[in-house]
Design a protein. Structure first.
Length: 361
């Protein structure tokens, strides 16, 4: 079991990564809460609910369900979940356990931060993306038609409990989607983690929890280190958006239906690598970055996603200020910089160049 500590304005909280992490719920869920609720998806609950109840001591917990997919990250779903909590008697001393992937974590975190002006929540991520990234750091949000994650809060959970054993039933596409976030963390962290990921990538399989645990801890540690220095994304935390500016635009351009989030991050990493090369920031490591992203697995095609549509959405990115995009540009493995003033024509040209590149296995 690996244990990390996240520093938050409202108090520190632990992140536990390893088999048996859910048992930590036993003492916490009984710590003076008037009621306990679990927010999850039906498929996750059918497969893992009995184990969560048994290991976490949640026999009296009430379960709320949301549909899978980015469509559930909406203000309408925030209202629906909050209304369900109210009808079931949730009060200020209730606990909300967020048992699922990034959609459940983002939606549920926003509900917890606003219901009765804030109730406690615990993140129990069941996807690779959740375990290394989205469940950590207290960023909660839902989407608008205008863009990704435009309505949200900073609201840390009581704890994050990540058991790699739950990843064993993930579809291969969903698992690969999470690996693109791991690649992002490796680019940020530098050669030790990047080299290790290159070497061990083929052994990282959903059903090999023992092999996964070490990489999960290393990747999560990258985010925890950044969050501890910049909880509210005033400066440093922006580096975690590497690949996300193009990625979020791709999600919005395709209605949040065609790609998984991590796949958009994968394409975003490829696109920002092309842009960084063209701007003269990235030279020696460009091919290694592309090679790692392609090795993770096949990405759904971006053919037909017009550069003009991507460019129109870029200024709506939540990191833009006054329409000025703050690009996270890689300079080499282990070093990025925040760049403004990049012409949208350069971004469009990079996107078109990426579409013309040969696909690699």
């Amino acid at each position: 079991m690996q244990r990390f500590q996240v520093t938050a304005e409202t108090g520190n909280y632990p992140v536990l990564i390893g088999r048996g992490a859910w048992r930590e719920l036993r003492s916490t869920a009984a710590a003076g809460y008037s009621s306990v609720f679990v927010l999850t998806e039906r498929g996750i609950w059918r497969r893992w609910g009995a184990r969560l109840v048994r290991e976490g001591g949640l026999r009296r917990a009430q379960v709320l369900f949301v549909a899978s997919g980015e469509g559930s990250k909406s203000l309408a779903q925030v209202e629906r979940v909050a209304t369900s909590l109210a009808h079931r008697g949730a009060d200020r001393r209730s606990l909300l356990v967020l048992f699922g992937g990034g959609v459940v974590g983002d939606l549920g975190g926003l509900v917890a931060s606003t219901y009765m002006r804030g109730i406690d929540c615990i993140q129990v991520p069941t996807t690779l993306v959740g375990q290394v990234d989205s469940a950590i750091g207290g960023k909660n949000a839902v989407n608008l038609a205008a863009g990704k994650n435009l309505v949200g809060t900073f609201y840390p959970p009581r704890m994050v409990l990540a058991d790699p054993g739950v990843l064993g039933t993930l579809p291969s596409r969903t698992f690969r989607s999470g690996l693109y976030e791991v690649a992002k963390h490796a680019i940020l962290a530098g050669p030790p983690l990047f080299d290790r990921l290159e070497r061990d990538l083929d052994s990282l399989q959903p059903r090999k929890a023992a092999a996964l645990e070490g990489m999960l801890g290393r990747a999560a540690g990258v985010k925890i280190g950044v969050v501890n220095r910049d909880e509210r994304e005033t400066a440093l935390r922006q580096v975690l958006n590497l690949g996300h500016t193009f990625g979020h635009a791709l999600e919005a351009a395709t209605g949040y239906r065609r790609f998984l989030h991590g796949e958009c991050v994968g394409w975003g990493l490829l696109a920002i690598t092309v842009l960084a090369e063209r701007l003269g920031y990235l030279k020696a490591d460009a091919q290694r970055i592309r090679g790692l992203v392609w090795r993770i697995g096949p990405l759904p095609t971006i053919q037909g996603v017009a550069a003009r549509r991507i460019v129109d959405l870029l200024p709506h990115d939540k990191k833009a200020v006054g329409g000025e995009i703050h690009w996270v540009i890689p300079e080499c493995i282990g070093k990025v910089r925040i760049v403004t003033g990049v012409p949208l024509s350069a971004a469009a040209s990079a996107w078109r160049a990426l579409q013309e590149m040969p696909r690699r296995p």
